[in-house]
Design a protein around this ligand. Structure first.
Ligand SMILES: N[C@@H](CCC(=O)N[C@@H](CS)C(=O)NCC(=O)O)C(=O)O
Length: 226
């Protein structure tokens, strides 16, 4: 096996890369990281000192690849499958990258800040504090609502890197900051993401770990059913 993904099945950024791998049936070995284990954490920090997962190791090419957007671009270039995750057209490619960044920075990051509330101390001048995170999410939800009017996927005509980013970000953000009922395009888009078999598989594999999610009591029953 040449590809190893160092990851945790509950971690939302790991979901983003797993979706990309499952979309194309790319063979890989999952390596479950327990960052609560001091030895594993130290070994991981040696590889990538910022300590963020997932990380892809490609033995065949001698490459270690961090950062989800870069991992997906790497897979698209070196291990392409039947579902290109970046459009061939340059303008559409840029658009897919824009919406990938959008979901990471303005949905995923504020969602993480809310989930970590109480576990980390926000300094008064921290621009990513929880109040700002909630405001950022509200703005992002409004933008997604307008963006998704009359379209199926976040960028271009086909499922792309932008949708890989959107699915786990919206999954967890919708639990900690529910979508406003009037945002029907956003809700319909999220349902399409849930129906995607790659994402359904990711959620099925995450389910045994949902008990570790700090806001599990807010998780809709349909996500907990087997
Ligand atoms: N920008 C990074 C973010 C990755 C990230 O935030 N990963 C989380 C898991 S979802 C993590 O490793 N958290 C561990 C920690 O912060 O200690 C990426 O796209 O890969």
């Amino acid at each position: 096996m040449t590809l190893t993904l160092h990851m945790h099945p509950l971690a939302s950024f790991c979901h983003k890369v797993l979706i990309a791998l499952y979309e194309n049936g790319t063979p890989f070995e999952p390596h479950l990281l327990d960052l609560g284990n001091p030895d594993q954490k130290a070994a991981f920090l040696d590889i990538w000192p910022v300590g963020k997962m997932p990380i892809l190791r490609d033995e065949a090419r001698g490459e270690t690849v961090p950062e989800t957007s870069i991992i997906i671009e790497y897979l698209d270039r070196h291990y392409p499958g039947s579902v290109p995750l970046l459009p061939a057209d340059e303008a559409q490619r840029l658009d897919a990258r824009l919406w990938d960044r959008f979901f990471d920075l303005y949905v995923h990051a504020p969602m993480q800040a809310i989930v970590l509330r109480g576990r980390i101390v926000m300094t008064p001048r921290d621009p990513c504090g929880v109040a700002n995170a909630e405001a950022t999410l509200a703005t992002a939800y409004g933008m997604i609502e307008r963006r998704m009017a009359g379209r199926s996927w976040a960028a271009g005509e086909a499922f792309s890197i932008a949708d890989c980013a959107a699915a786990p970000a919206l999954f967890y953000s919708g639990i900690v900051a529910p979508f406003p009922p009037a945002h029907r395009n956003l809700a319909a888009y999220f349902e399409r993401l849930l129906e995607r078999s790659s994402f359904a598989r990711v959620l099925k594999e995450a389910r045994p770990y949902f008990g570790m999610f700090p806001y599990r009591e807010k998780m809709p029953a349909r996500f907990l059913e087997v």
